[in-house]
Design a protein around this ligand. Sequence first.
Ligand code: ZN
Length: 320
Amino acid sequence: METQPGKSAGARRAVLLPAVALLVLAALAVGLTVAARGPAGPQPVDLAARVDEYTAGFAPGTPYTVPDAAQRRAVADGVVAVLDGRPDEAGRALGPVGYRLTEFTEADSGRRVAEIADDPAGPGSARGWGRVYLDLSARASWSVQVPHPVSDSRTELLGVDVFRAAPGGVLVLAGAHRRAGPDGSGAADPAHRADTVFAAVTEALTARGLPGLQVHGFDEGSLPGQDAVVSAGPGRAGPAAELTADGLGTAGYAVCRAWREKCGQLEGTTNVEGRFAAGLGVPWLHVELAGRLRTEPARRAAVASVLAATAAGWRTPVTP
Ligand SMILES: [Zn+2]
């Protein structure tokens, strides 16, 4: 290395040391500023990325715990309290069962969103009970339900797309693969088990009169030649079913209408949330989609805009 004439090594150190100290102090200051703001601070949150991160580890055989009646009730009470604009009460219901309420601005829609999710300081997501997102920008008037994230590939992202595409939505997301749990017996499948947090939350929303869209996926082999199946599950198909099927048809997809034809056992007639909605006469739709309509982003967006149009229709009270 070239040495500078006329400067001793000690003199060079005297110049260098304060500079290094300044750099260290500057780095510390930046670090402290970031820490004070926190990860969920004013930065908008990309809900698709957040949900993707949450569901990435879902798989058959991963842990799942059956919640008791009080635990299911507590989460449902928390969701209803947020719906009614009582966040303090929501927090009191959710805390004892290891859930917490947080709020953020959603990056894509720009809307304020409430998240009800496992408290990282609590028992954690290993229980597999799921999450709920509520749009705070408008009165809640419909829900989109995702009972089989990952196993019905990319329905979790379709749910996010629909939630973003129309105001007043509630996104109910299952917290485990449908075959989670030590024996994979289906205890974690909220479309067929009523003793789930997902079912309790959905039933509370339905009891408040919120219509629901439940999204599923099927393998092309189980219904060749069809891209989608629309049904009202155990209920009677009404205008929303017609509107949704027509919208998917206009988007270029082959749609099986379960109220007119047989659709390969994909009609959701035994669906837990559908039965509850049918019992109360609240509109509810069961939508089954072939793989490419869920996994290809452009097709998924087209489907989401059709479902969002159905949801938007539910925002306007039907005049007799
Ligand atoms: Zn499914």
